[in-house]
Write a protein that binds this ligand. Structure first.
Ligand code: CTP
Ligand code: MG
Length: 226
Protein backbone atom coordinates (compact mmCIF):
# COMPACT_ATOMS: atom_id res chain seq x y z
CA UNK A 1 0.00 0.00 0.00
CA UNK A 2 1.48 3.29 -1.13
CA UNK A 3 0.78 6.48 0.84
CA UNK A 4 1.96 9.84 -0.45
CA UNK A 5 2.03 12.93 1.78
CA UNK A 6 1.15 16.50 0.80
CA UNK A 7 2.25 19.28 3.17
CA UNK A 8 0.75 22.60 2.05
CA UNK A 9 3.33 25.27 2.97
CA UNK A 10 2.55 28.11 0.56
CA UNK A 11 0.71 30.40 2.96
CA UNK A 12 2.00 33.82 3.92
CA UNK A 13 0.95 33.68 7.57
CA UNK A 14 -0.87 36.97 7.48
CA UNK A 15 -2.47 36.53 10.91
CA UNK A 16 0.88 35.58 12.45
CA UNK A 17 2.78 38.52 10.97
CA UNK A 18 6.56 38.56 11.24
CA UNK A 19 9.27 38.61 8.61
CA UNK A 20 9.11 35.03 7.31
CA UNK A 21 6.01 32.83 6.91
CA UNK A 22 5.25 30.88 10.07
CA UNK A 23 6.20 27.48 8.63
CA UNK A 24 9.83 28.59 8.93
CA UNK A 25 9.54 29.59 12.61
CA UNK A 26 11.67 27.41 14.83
CA UNK A 27 10.33 25.36 17.69
CA UNK A 28 13.10 23.98 19.85
CA UNK A 29 15.55 24.99 17.14
CA UNK A 30 13.74 23.10 14.36
CA UNK A 31 11.56 24.92 11.79
CA UNK A 32 7.92 23.88 11.77
CA UNK A 33 8.10 22.61 8.19
CA UNK A 34 10.98 20.30 9.05
CA UNK A 35 9.21 19.06 12.19
CA UNK A 36 6.15 18.16 10.17
CA UNK A 37 8.00 16.28 7.46
CA UNK A 38 10.11 14.47 10.04
CA UNK A 39 7.00 13.33 11.93
CA UNK A 40 5.36 12.08 8.72
CA UNK A 41 8.45 10.12 7.73
CA UNK A 42 8.93 8.67 11.22
CA UNK A 43 5.48 7.11 10.92
CA UNK A 44 7.20 4.67 8.56
CA UNK A 45 4.24 4.49 6.18
CA UNK A 46 4.78 7.48 3.89
CA UNK A 47 6.46 6.68 0.57
CA UNK A 48 7.13 10.28 -0.46
CA UNK A 49 6.06 13.84 0.26
CA UNK A 50 5.15 16.83 -1.90
CA UNK A 51 5.53 20.31 -0.42
CA UNK A 52 3.70 23.13 -2.23
CA UNK A 53 5.60 26.37 -1.48
CA UNK A 54 5.69 29.87 -2.90
CA UNK A 55 8.44 30.34 -5.47
CA UNK A 56 9.99 33.04 -3.27
CA UNK A 57 10.56 30.49 -0.50
CA UNK A 58 11.27 27.39 -2.50
CA UNK A 59 15.01 27.44 -1.99
CA UNK A 60 14.63 28.19 1.69
CA UNK A 61 12.18 25.31 2.06
CA UNK A 62 14.49 22.91 0.24
CA UNK A 63 17.45 23.90 2.40
CA UNK A 64 15.39 23.66 5.58
CA UNK A 65 14.30 20.13 4.80
CA UNK A 66 17.75 19.06 3.65
CA UNK A 67 19.32 20.38 6.84
CA UNK A 68 16.89 19.02 9.41
CA UNK A 69 15.29 15.93 7.90
CA UNK A 70 17.01 12.65 7.23
CA UNK A 71 14.72 11.79 4.33
CA UNK A 72 14.99 8.26 2.98
CA UNK A 73 12.05 8.86 0.60
CA UNK A 74 11.54 11.50 -2.11
CA UNK A 75 10.54 14.99 -0.96
CA UNK A 76 9.32 17.10 -3.90
CA UNK A 77 8.77 20.85 -3.91
CA UNK A 78 6.15 22.38 -6.21
CA UNK A 79 4.75 25.86 -6.68
CA UNK A 80 1.78 26.45 -4.39
CA UNK A 81 -1.35 28.44 -5.22
CA UNK A 82 -3.30 31.46 -4.06
CA UNK A 83 -5.39 29.37 -1.66
CA UNK A 84 -4.72 26.29 0.42
CA UNK A 85 -7.11 24.42 -1.86
CA UNK A 86 -5.09 25.38 -4.93
CA UNK A 87 -1.82 24.47 -3.21
CA UNK A 88 -3.10 20.98 -2.43
CA UNK A 89 -4.45 20.65 -5.97
CA UNK A 90 -0.99 21.40 -7.34
CA UNK A 91 0.46 18.93 -4.88
CA UNK A 92 -1.91 16.31 -6.24
CA UNK A 93 -0.78 17.10 -9.79
CA UNK A 94 2.80 16.28 -8.76
CA UNK A 95 1.75 12.77 -7.81
CA UNK A 96 0.22 11.96 -11.20
CA UNK A 97 1.78 8.81 -12.58
CA UNK A 98 3.04 7.64 -9.19
CA UNK A 99 -0.29 5.94 -8.53
CA UNK A 100 -0.37 6.01 -4.76
CA UNK A 101 -3.24 4.22 -3.02
CA UNK A 102 -3.74 6.98 -0.46
CA UNK A 103 -2.94 10.67 -0.05
CA UNK A 104 -2.24 12.05 3.41
CA UNK A 105 -2.55 15.84 3.71
CA UNK A 106 -1.12 17.69 6.71
CA UNK A 107 -0.69 21.42 7.29
CA UNK A 108 2.86 22.72 7.60
CA UNK A 109 1.44 24.91 10.37
CA UNK A 110 0.64 21.96 12.68
CA UNK A 111 4.07 21.09 14.03
CA UNK A 112 2.93 19.00 17.00
CA UNK A 113 1.68 16.05 14.97
CA UNK A 114 2.81 12.66 16.20
CA UNK A 115 3.79 9.67 14.04
CA UNK A 116 1.24 7.64 16.00
CA UNK A 117 -1.69 9.81 14.87
CA UNK A 118 -0.36 9.64 11.29
CA UNK A 119 -0.42 5.84 11.44
CA UNK A 120 -3.90 5.72 12.97
CA UNK A 121 -5.29 8.10 10.36
CA UNK A 122 -3.90 5.90 7.58
CA UNK A 123 -5.20 2.72 9.22
CA UNK A 124 -8.73 4.10 9.40
CA UNK A 125 -8.65 5.43 5.83
CA UNK A 126 -7.46 2.04 4.60
CA UNK A 127 -10.77 0.54 5.69
CA UNK A 128 -13.11 3.49 5.21
CA UNK A 129 -11.61 5.33 2.21
CA UNK A 130 -11.31 8.63 4.07
CA UNK A 131 -10.34 9.81 7.55
CA UNK A 132 -9.89 13.14 9.30
CA UNK A 133 -8.20 13.74 12.59
CA UNK A 134 -10.41 15.70 14.95
CA UNK A 135 -11.19 16.32 18.60
CA UNK A 136 -14.55 16.74 20.32
CA UNK A 137 -15.57 20.35 20.89
CA UNK A 138 -15.06 21.35 24.51
CA UNK A 139 -16.38 24.90 24.54
CA UNK A 140 -20.07 25.56 24.00
CA UNK A 141 -20.63 26.52 20.36
CA UNK A 142 -23.17 28.87 18.86
CA UNK A 143 -23.96 30.66 15.64
CA UNK A 144 -23.88 34.43 15.70
CA UNK A 145 -24.83 37.15 13.27
CA UNK A 146 -23.46 40.68 13.65
CA UNK A 147 -22.17 39.75 17.08
CA UNK A 148 -25.51 38.47 18.36
CA UNK A 149 -26.02 34.82 19.25
CA UNK A 150 -28.69 33.30 17.05
CA UNK A 151 -28.54 29.61 17.90
CA UNK A 152 -26.72 27.14 20.13
CA UNK A 153 -25.29 24.06 18.47
CA UNK A 154 -25.36 20.59 20.05
CA UNK A 155 -21.83 20.25 21.37
CA UNK A 156 -21.93 16.46 21.49
CA UNK A 157 -22.31 16.43 17.71
CA UNK A 158 -19.45 18.85 17.00
CA UNK A 159 -15.92 17.94 16.01
CA UNK A 160 -12.98 20.33 15.72
CA UNK A 161 -11.35 19.23 12.49
CA UNK A 162 -7.55 19.04 12.27
CA UNK A 163 -5.15 17.42 9.87
CA UNK A 164 -3.84 14.89 8.87
CA UNK A 165 -6.63 13.92 6.53
CA UNK A 166 -6.22 10.75 4.49
CA UNK A 167 -8.12 9.82 1.34
CA UNK A 168 -8.11 7.17 -1.32
CA UNK A 169 -6.15 8.74 -4.15
CA UNK A 170 -8.93 8.59 -6.76
CA UNK A 171 -11.42 10.01 -4.25
CA UNK A 172 -9.42 13.13 -3.35
CA UNK A 173 -8.48 13.79 -6.98
CA UNK A 174 -12.15 13.56 -8.02
CA UNK A 175 -13.16 15.84 -5.15
CA UNK A 176 -10.65 18.52 -6.17
CA UNK A 177 -11.57 18.25 -9.83
CA UNK A 178 -15.26 18.58 -9.02
CA UNK A 179 -14.53 21.66 -6.90
CA UNK A 180 -12.65 23.33 -9.76
CA UNK A 181 -15.52 22.48 -12.12
CA UNK A 182 -18.03 23.96 -9.69
CA UNK A 183 -16.07 27.16 -9.13
CA UNK A 184 -15.22 26.42 -5.49
CA UNK A 185 -11.86 27.92 -4.54
CA UNK A 186 -11.76 28.58 -0.82
CA UNK A 187 -12.48 25.25 0.87
CA UNK A 188 -11.40 25.06 4.51
CA UNK A 189 -9.80 21.70 3.87
CA UNK A 190 -9.89 18.64 1.66
CA UNK A 191 -12.47 16.70 3.65
CA UNK A 192 -14.96 19.46 2.88
CA UNK A 193 -14.47 18.77 -0.83
CA UNK A 194 -14.69 15.00 -0.42
CA UNK A 195 -17.89 15.40 1.60
CA UNK A 196 -19.45 17.35 -1.30
CA UNK A 197 -19.14 14.19 -3.37
CA UNK A 198 -20.96 12.25 -0.70
CA UNK A 199 -17.90 10.43 0.55
CA UNK A 200 -17.93 8.80 3.99
CA UNK A 201 -15.27 10.32 6.23
CA UNK A 202 -14.38 8.70 9.55
CA UNK A 203 -13.08 10.78 12.47
CA UNK A 204 -9.84 9.69 14.10
CA UNK A 205 -9.36 10.96 17.64
CA UNK A 206 -6.59 13.57 17.56
CA UNK A 207 -4.81 15.49 20.27
CA UNK A 208 -5.42 18.99 21.67
CA UNK A 209 -1.66 19.51 21.20
CA UNK A 210 -2.06 19.27 17.41
CA UNK A 211 -2.94 22.95 17.08
CA UNK A 212 -2.56 24.99 13.94
CA UNK A 213 -0.18 27.83 14.69
CA UNK A 214 -2.23 30.82 13.53
CA UNK A 215 -1.70 33.84 15.81
CA UNK A 216 1.41 34.99 17.69
CA UNK A 217 -0.26 33.88 20.94
CA UNK A 218 -0.13 30.28 19.69
CA UNK A 219 3.65 30.47 20.00
CA UNK A 220 3.31 30.54 23.76
CA UNK A 221 2.24 26.89 23.52
CA UNK A 222 5.59 25.99 22.07
CA UNK A 223 7.34 26.09 25.40
CA UNK A 224 4.96 23.59 26.93
CA UNK A 225 4.28 21.29 24.02
CA UNK A 226 7.30 21.28 21.75
N1 CTP B 1 -1.43 27.24 2.68
C1 CTP B 1 -0.95 26.95 1.40
N2 CTP B 1 -1.23 27.78 0.35
C2 CTP B 1 -1.98 28.89 0.52
C3 CTP B 1 -2.50 29.19 1.82
C4 CTP B 1 -2.21 28.34 2.88
O1 CTP B 1 -0.24 25.96 1.22
N3 CTP B 1 -2.21 29.70 -0.52
C5 CTP B 1 -1.06 26.38 3.80
C6 CTP B 1 -0.33 27.13 4.90
O2 CTP B 1 1.07 27.27 4.57
C7 CTP B 1 -0.59 26.28 6.11
C8 CTP B 1 -1.94 25.63 5.81
O3 CTP B 1 -2.20 25.85 4.43
O4 CTP B 1 0.37 25.26 6.29
C9 CTP B 1 -3.04 26.18 6.70
O5 CTP B 1 -3.28 27.55 6.38
P1 CTP B 1 -3.22 28.78 7.38
O6 CTP B 1 -3.04 28.33 8.79
O7 CTP B 1 -4.36 29.66 7.04
O8 CTP B 1 -1.82 29.49 6.98
P2 CTP B 1 -1.61 30.85 6.20
O9 CTP B 1 -2.55 30.92 5.07
O10 CTP B 1 -0.15 30.94 5.92
O11 CTP B 1 -1.99 31.93 7.33
P3 CTP B 1 -2.96 33.19 7.15
O12 CTP B 1 -4.30 32.63 6.71
O13 CTP B 1 -2.99 33.83 8.49
O14 CTP B 1 -2.33 34.06 6.08
MG1 MG C 1 -4.71 31.00 5.43
Amino acid sequence: MKVWGIVPAAGIGERMGGTAPKQFLEIGGVPMLARVIDALLRSGIIGGVTVPVRDAEREKAEKTVAKFVDADVPVLFVTGGQTRQESVYRGLASVEGKNPDFILIHDAARPFISPDIVRRAVDVARDAGASVVGIPATDAMALSRDGIITEYLPRDALVCIQTPQVFRYDLVVSAHEAAVRDGITGAADDAELVLRLGGKIVVVRGSPDNIKITYPADISRMGTTG
